[in-house]
Ligand binder design. Sequence first.
Ligand code: FEO
Length: 394
Amino acid sequence: MLNAIEISPKVWWVGGIDWNERLFHGYTTEAGITYNAYLIMDEKITLIDTCKATFSNELVQRISQVVDPAKIDVVITNHVEMDHSGSLPVIHKIAPNAQIYASAGAGVNEVKAHFGIEATPVKSGDTLNIGERTLTFVTTPMVHWPDNMVTYSDVDRILFSNDAFGQHYATTKRFDDENDLCEIMKQAKKYYANIVWPYGMQAHKALEAVKGLELKMIAPSHGCIWRSHIDKILEKYEAWTTYQTEEKAVVVFDSMWHSTEMMAREICDSFIAEGISAKLIDVKASHISDIMTDLCDARYVAVGSPTLNSNMLPTVASFLTYMRGLSPKNDQRIGLAFGSYGWAPLGPKQVYDELEKAKFNLPVPVITQQWIPSEENLAELQATVKKIIEDARA
Ligand code: FEO
């Protein structure tokens, strides 16, 4: 039987658990996904968000453990992306008189465009009394779609935050303190790096709005509900949304005959020699969405490719395309492009161009190496990295 879980008096989790989903538009979800929806049993029975369409039955079954779904009076659509709104047509069919609310403009338009359903618009600061409770809506545009908003319930002191503060993590245990905190923090960081990061400035504004609320729980639409570690996730979002970096380096590369790999190892060791923690990542061995998790708070990012048919390797190009899409527009991290070649240094030059387009601070020109680096070449590389670090610290 699919149970509903009471997370607070008269507030129920009625979502779906997608145990085996392993890819969410290009992002690997090794721990699965949940689509959290919440049912508030007040005078007006209120459903906050739905599930992916394929989880409609699961949603309806869980709601039915608490109440006849036909009795739902209000549906809040915090975000129209289909992992949260895909079951809206099913709920609309079962409870055709339920009033659906979405953000004015984008939210209402998106509900109509996706499902042909009319929604009632709400603006930031608008309230809705559902009986004992008053719900307040706060729009959070571009975190990470134009329509996003969050909903706050005053009696419960719960913020229904939709994608914000979410993690892709399938579990039957709904709360942060019932799960491995390291794991859910890791998944929260991966989620932020791969979904929210390009919109850090907007996310920071949303965070400022949230800070003024008295919070007993933050109930996102993915993963665990924050109740014992609200301070920790807010602290992390403060750091991530203000683009704070740590004194660490990530060296990402691919190689054909080990020349670029030799350079990558030398660069990595050079950072370590200067007291900076560093991670060496062969793009063949790590998924690009995992690389992003390592990269989003690294102060130094070095990327290397050899030259293949007058281009960088496709593996490196794939990573850079993905990274450039996610990188913040005001990126000030320190970048370093490098790589080897046989007769024309075109691969590493393309890497440099991509880092430049992604707005990295590039203190030295692209470092290229013909054929195989000698001990002398590697010593020069080490000296260059040392100088970059010294200048950055000055
Ligand atoms: Fe979880 Fe933007 O959808």
